[in-house]
Structures are given as structure tokens and as C-alpha cells.
Design a protein around this ligand. Sequence first.
Ligand SMILES: [Zn+2]
Ligand SMILES: [Zn+2]
Length: 347
Amino acid sequence: MRGLMKTARGPGNLELREIDEPTPKKDEVLIEVAAAGICGTDIHIKHDQTFYTPPVVLGHEWSGTIVEVGPDVTEVGVGDVAVSPATAYCGKCYQCKTGHMNRCTSANKRILGTSLANGAFAKYITVPEYIIHKVPSSVSLEEAALAEPTACVVHSVIDKSPILPGDVVVVQGPGTMGLLAAQVAKAMGAGKVIVTGVSADQWRFDIAKKIGIDITLDVQVDPNPIKTIMDETDGRGADVVIEASGACIACNQALEFVKVAGHVTLLGIRGRPLDIDLDAMAIKELTMSGTWGTLPSSWVTTLRLMASKKIDVAPLITHRISLDRWEEGFELMEQQKAIKVLFTEFN
Ligand SMILES: [Zn+2]
Ligand SMILES: [Zn+2]
């Protein structure tokens, strides 16, 4: 089979390579990948801007069908549709013992598509049974490929953001994470969700409307975005602001948009130090949360939200292509012309 492999350190070094089909170890399953999404992390790996251990096949956002199981596998079987987090945790270290498996400190951690485990930009992958989640039949294979980013958002927004029914929530950045966060906030009962972005995001705003977002705000066109948010919140500010754009100006605006004693959620990483005045944190008595990856429970919640149609990820899938056109897929992501690009053919 062929896999899209990061062959060595450094920028580039990404190529479609012929590799052996994997065989499952006794506690693993063999998955035939149905769909695999290109993530910002894959772009960072391409440009040598993040952690990875080459040579490795990329791809950690996937769905697929189990086609073979190792002898010790007990809870899933051939024909089951499955998804999993990228990271296999050890269960033995301090972080795992205290419930933070997403921050497992084991040195030999297997991270699908990043380190010590070939990822889903290939026809087959092997995954340990204990990190697998079975996908309900009402969720399509393509939708399930968005379970990974959705689970990250669920951990960030449901586990860490104090959103109450009726709250006004501002989500900055209408990319995959922002549009998922907006839907999760709605599912938690937010009364009004406002998605902010820039003028180039106009087509993303259209998708936001499609998934039921009340208000979109172009902060480049609006002469006074802070006033607009105040007008939408009876002059008080948003109860919760979710920063999903990664832009410096958005981080500063988050502290202005949020109400006294409100909450700012940082979704994802900025990737660089920001010039930001944190005094607002003190003066407005704010709280702020960050998250990294997912917990096992994030996946259970994600699949329930998808199965019950409380969130709809289908409109976020803007492109479906075959793996041999990977360069086109990466280009769409890098030029910000796509929300989610899925590889759906691997031959
Ligand atoms: Zn990802
Ligand atoms: Zn651990």
C-alpha cells in the first residue's frame, strides 16, 4: 500500500511511499481507513514546525472499519466502525493516574501519524483496542472522520468552559475548531452564539449560518466590534469567549468582549508568544482555560452529540479527494480555501 510519509526532519520531505500493509499485534485491530482529514498539525509537520518522529505516515483524524483483530481483542470485532484518539496512553504515569491521559508522560508514547505509529493517510492502520471507540450506525463514516477535532473541542468547551443555558458565547475564528466550538456551545444551551472572523472568512460565515449560528461578525469591516458585542449583550459583554483563531488581535479582543467575571477559553495553541495585556484578567476577575487533546470521555460525548444530531459536522467537509492528490489537499488547507479536506480514496 502507499502512505503519505514524512520521511525525514526538515521542511518538506513529504512523499507518497510504498510501504508494507501492517499486521495487528495481539491487542490491536487492523483498520481499513474510510476517511482521513488533513489537520493544521499535518501542515505544521510538513513545515517542520512541531514535534514528530520521522519516518512516519501522517494522519490522525480518521474513521474506518475493523477488518482484522489480534487474539487478545475482546470488545470490538470485524465489521465495527471505529475511531480513536491519536495518542495511546500508558495508564501508569502520574498524569494517567490522575486522569490526565491526554498529558501522559511515558517516553515511548505511540502517537498515530506523528510518532512511533503510522497514521491514516494510507489504506490500513493498526490501533490498540483500548483506545478505540465504536461509531454508532447513525453517524456516517465521513462524519466520524471529524470525531478527533470534535473531541478536542468537547474537552475544551464542555469540560473546561462554564457555559450555562441562555449564555451569550463569542467564538473567534470560523475554522474547523471554531465552527465545532460554536455548535458545542449551542448544544450546552447557549442562548446566543456569535462567530467572529475577518473579511476573507465570508464563505466560512455562510457555513456558520448553515449550522445554525445566530450571528457572524466581521471584525475588519465593523468599525467597533467591541461595541457590537456590547450591544448584543445588554452592555455587559459575553459570558464566555472561545478563542479559536490563534490571532494575536483576537486574544486581546477576547479580553474586551468578555464580561466581568466571565471566562476566556483558549482553543488550540498560538505557536508563538503574544503581545497581550493581561491586566484585564485581574481587573475584570476573569478566568481562562486551556486544553490539550482529548480524554477518553471526550470521545463518548462526541459520538453521542453526533448520533443525536446535536452537532452536524457534515457542512464542515468542504473537499473530498484521493490520497494521490495529497499536494492539492495540503494546498487547499494552507491557502485557507477549505474547512476540512478528507482523503476518501487510498488506492
Ligand atoms: Zn488534528
Ligand atoms: Zn501515562
